[in-house]
Design a protein around this ligand. Structure first.
Ligand SMILES: Cc1cc2nc3c(=O)[nH]c(=O)nc-3n(C[C@H](O)[C@H](O)[C@H](O)COP(=O)(O)OP(=O)(O)OC[C@H]3O[C@@H](n4cnc5c(N)ncnc54)[C@H](O)[C@@H]3O)c2cc1C
Length: 432
């Protein structure tokens, strides 16, 4: 048996629920632990998990009940694809240790299972040697086709293209109107070693580019890890040189910043603190997260980014994310629902906050309009982190017949009295 080192970044109760095995290259984390503490505990041994969410102050059990996605998922899959073993208490009160080798059906059911089959009390997460630094790159684009074309080259790790795999993290954002441009700029690196935000005419250049692009800009956001296990600075310089030569961003609109690996992974926390101070964190978040097939992403961009989101200004703020993932890094046997028809699918996260009177209603209406648009345009999208008011919504709009049948079967097996996570409104009464 490998020896277990009990370590953690937080309180002693946190520490006792985070155990790193250096020999085994994994961490055992309590389901209630925050990912930021998982990171600290692993880094104490020079190790790190591979797949993340954008925001780290979420629990292990919470993200594993959904999928857990961020810009590393193209390479390593979502967090649910990066679990070796789980301890679960099922709705029958049984405590089961499960994995792909033992009680595999329960393991697959729970991962992405929306808390319907059991409570995750421990997850074993594989670790790899950690890098020390991240070179954080932001490149502005004037069109969705150029952005998505480049993103797809970057995530195509198997093709051997000049760009494939050069970035360790690939995301993208839509920078849509004056308000969004303003909020996006204020979150951007202030001490960039090279930035299109610096210089006396930066704002004017930015505005001119936005005007030329018809009011909608896109940003490719990427990171290259280096130092420690990830290789030296010279290598990262070369990788960046290739990227800046090959990618089709608007020349002169590149921002590059070196930050520590931790600072990069925990980047959203800084924004959280600012929003908290402004009283804008604990406000309603009518988020809409969608997975859509690669073949329809440009239709979606035309209809939504250049259409629906441009109409009707709201005081609302928040990022709009768009980035692709490789389907073969997802496991169709698990409960998470994702588009399975094409090799690549996109995630679009419209992550706005309702900050002013009337925002919430307007944003919810806009979300409905986006879903109607997809339906009418025949864009087969699936909601991620979805909410439906009743079982029919989950069955028909989310799972579809085959996945629904399997979901119900598993519910019958592991929580027939429907005592777990009733708040999701998937099952509100015992199964017959
Ligand atoms: C600010 C913010 C940023 C986010 N960013 C991302 C992101 O970048 N990528 C991403 O993929 N998601 C993201 N999410 C969504 C996140 O994955 C889900 O909201 C997740 O449920 C959050 O975990 P939590 O600890 O807050 O869960 P909670 O809100 O505590 O729980 C949500 C549900 O998860 C289930 N659950 C929770 N714990 C367990 C457990 N131990 N066992 C079984 N079921 C459990 C239950 O059904 C519960 O109702 C974000 C959420 C927020 C609030």
């Amino acid at each position: 048996m490998p020896s277990l080192g009990r370590l953690g970044g937080g309180s002693s109760s946190t520490a006792s629920r985070l155990s790193v095995s250096v020999e085994g290259q994994y961490i055992d984390a309590g389901g209630e632990q925050l990912w930021v503490d998982v990171l600290r505990a692993a880094l104490a041994h020079g190790l790190t998990p591979r797949s993340w969410t954008d925001y780290l102050h979420l629990t292990v059990g919470g993200t594993l009940s959904n999928a857990g996605i961020s810009g590393q998922a193209f390479r390593y899959g979502p967090q649910i694809s990066n679990v070796q073993e789980l301890d679960v208490i099922t709705g029958l009160g049984e405590m089961v240790t499960c994995s792909k080798k033992k009680d595999a059906d329960l393991f697959d059911a729970v991962l992405g299972g929306l808390g319907q089959f059991g409570v995750i009390t421990r997850a074993r997460i594989p670790l790899v040697p950690a890098p020390t630094w991240a070179r954080w790159v932001r490149l502005l684009y004037t069109g969705a086709a150029a952005l998505t074309g480049d993103q797809e080259r970057l995530i195509d790790v198997e093709r051997g293209d000049a760009l494939s795999g050069l970035m360790d993290y690939v995301e993208g954002t839509v920078v849509a109107d004056e308000g969004l441009i303003g909020s996006w700029r204020s979150q951007s690196p202030s001490s960039s070693s090279s930035s299109f935000f610096s210089g006396p005419d930066a704002a004017a250049r930015f505005a001119k580019l936005a005007e030329e692009a018809g009011g909608v800009l896109y940003c490719l956001e990427g990171a290259l890890y280096y130092g420690g296990a990830a290789g030296g600075e010279r290598d990262v310089d070369k990788r960046l040189e290739t990227l800046l030569r090959e990618l089709r961003y608007a020349r002169g609109f590149a921002s590059v910043q070196d930050v520590s690996y931790v600072e990069f992974l925990d980047r959203v926390h800084g924004g959280e603190l600012k929003l908290r101070a402004a009283g804008q964190w604990d406000v309603p978040h009518p988020w809409l997260n969608l997975f859509l097939p690669r073949s329809r992403v440009l239709d979606f961009a035309a209809g939504v980014f250049h259409g629906i989101l441009r109409r009707g200004t709201t005081g609302a703020m928040g990022p709009v994310l768009v980035y692709p993932m490789n389907r073969n890094r997802w496991d169709g046997g698990m409960s998470a629902v994702f588009p399975e028809e094409e090799e690549v699918f996109y995630t679009v996260g419209i992550l706005r906050s309702a900050v002013s009177e009337g925002d919430l209603g307007r944003l919810e209406e806009q979300n409905d309009e986006i879903l109607r648009f997809c339906e009418e345009a025949g864009i087969a999208c699936v909601q991620y982190l979805s909410y439906y008011a009743d079982q029919a919504g989950w069955e028909k709009k989310h799972f579809g017949p085959a996945k629904w049948a399997r979901f119900v079967e598993r519910k019958r097996e592991y929580d027939p009295k429907a005592i777990l996570s009733r708040g999701q409104r998937i099952f509100t009464s015992p199964l017959a």
